[in-house]
Design a protein around this ligand. Structure first.
Ligand code: MTE
Ligand code: MO
Length: 300
């Protein structure tokens, strides 16, 4: 899909970001020619300036490879991502082990440029490639009683040096309410800047929920389970007072140890001023209705 356009570029040595920006210009030029194949998902994505490939792939949180921001880029290459399969089980019509390549062949890969806001109050803009989680769940067939979706990251101590330390209760686990999981903004990312997603960013497939704090966007997923009850999640288990199940980005609900009203933009430079954090990370129009009638300070 998107690769075709990238391949029309003639410079061999541009960075992924330059190639990407060039391609977007090409796309803009083609807009009136009837080539409408490019996905145009969230209206909110227009006007966002993506971070560089370098920034996105060297400043990471992936505790299975260490707690330093530069640890994942240094150590995550040891993770073996081929072959890869994802177990989909629980309340589904077609439970089983789904091969990653087989999944890909069924899915439509789109580009989604999303804001990404870590609970630690830094942020980036990332041009993901991926497919809607809803399409994958529908492939497995969600049963009536399902209310939540639980996710698990691979747990391979031999390939993940950070898991030798009890920083979290491994494997890393996350979860969503079913309506959050089925929302069209929720994607499984398989690429960045039209390249396969690097290991440090969660290869070969990771969740991206752009209106929630980054820790909800679980990496290198090996299992997806449809459940009736709210599943246990890693950060909530480790510190329930600081990290709730919902973890929607909210400038009005502070973390017990710091303000969430503003954020530091990665790549903004040492003296850049902090930017105000937006309700639901700027996706309020799209997702606020999911939480109607809920006290967001209690359901943090
Ligand atoms: N398995 C796993 N997934 C994870 C994490 C992790 O440590 N392990 N860190 C989370 C946190 S805190 C953030 S901010 C994002 C970081 O994603 P990035 O490194 O691609 O920016 O991944 C999330 N997913
Ligand atoms: Mo985070």
């Amino acid at each position: 899909m998107a690769h075709r356009w990238t391949n029309t570029l003639t410079h061999a040595d541009v960075t992924p970001r330059e190639a990407f920006l060039n391609r977007r210009q090409v796309m803009a030029g083609l807009a009136g020619v009837g080539l409408t194949a490019m996905a145009k998902p969230a209206a909110a994505q227009d006007g966002l300036e993506p971070n560089t490939w370098e920034e996105i792939t060297t400043y990471n949180n992936y505790y299975e490879f260490g707690t330093g921001k530069d640890d994942p880029a240094k150590y995550a290459h040891t993770l073996v991502t081929e072959p890869w399969s994802v177990t989909i089980d629980g309340l589904v019509d077609r439970p089983g082990d789904y091969d990653f390549q087989a999944i890909l062949s069924e899915m439509t890969i789109e580009e989604r440029i999303y804001r990404f806001r870590c609970v630690e109050a830094w942020s980036m803009v990332i041009p993901w490639n991926g497919f809607e989680l809803a399409d994958l769940l529908n492939m497995a067939g969600v049963q009536d009683g399902a209310k939540y979706v639980a996710f698990e990251t691979a747990y391979r101590p031999d390939e993940m040096p950070g898991t030798r330390f009890p920083v979290l209760d491994w494997p890393y686990r996350e979860g969503l309410r079913l309506d959050e999981a089925m929302h069209p903004l929720t994607i499984m990312a398989t690429g960045i800047y039209d390249r396969p997603i690097p290991n440090q960013n969660g290869a070969p497939l990771r969740l991206v929920v752009p209106w929630k704090y980054g820790f909800k966007s679980i990496k290198s997923i090996v299992r997806i389970t449809l459940t009736e009850d709210e599943p246990p999640t890693s950060w909530n288990m480790s510190n329930p007072r600081e990290y709730g199940f919902y973890s929607n980005v909210n400038p009005n609900v502070d973390h017990p140890r710091w303000s969430q009203a503003s954020e530091r933009e990665i790549g903004g430079g040492l003296f850049a001023s902090r930017k105000p954090t937006l309700m639901f990370n700027g996706y309020e129009q799209e997702v606020a209705s999911l939480y109607e009638g809920m006290d967001l300070a209690k359901n943090y």
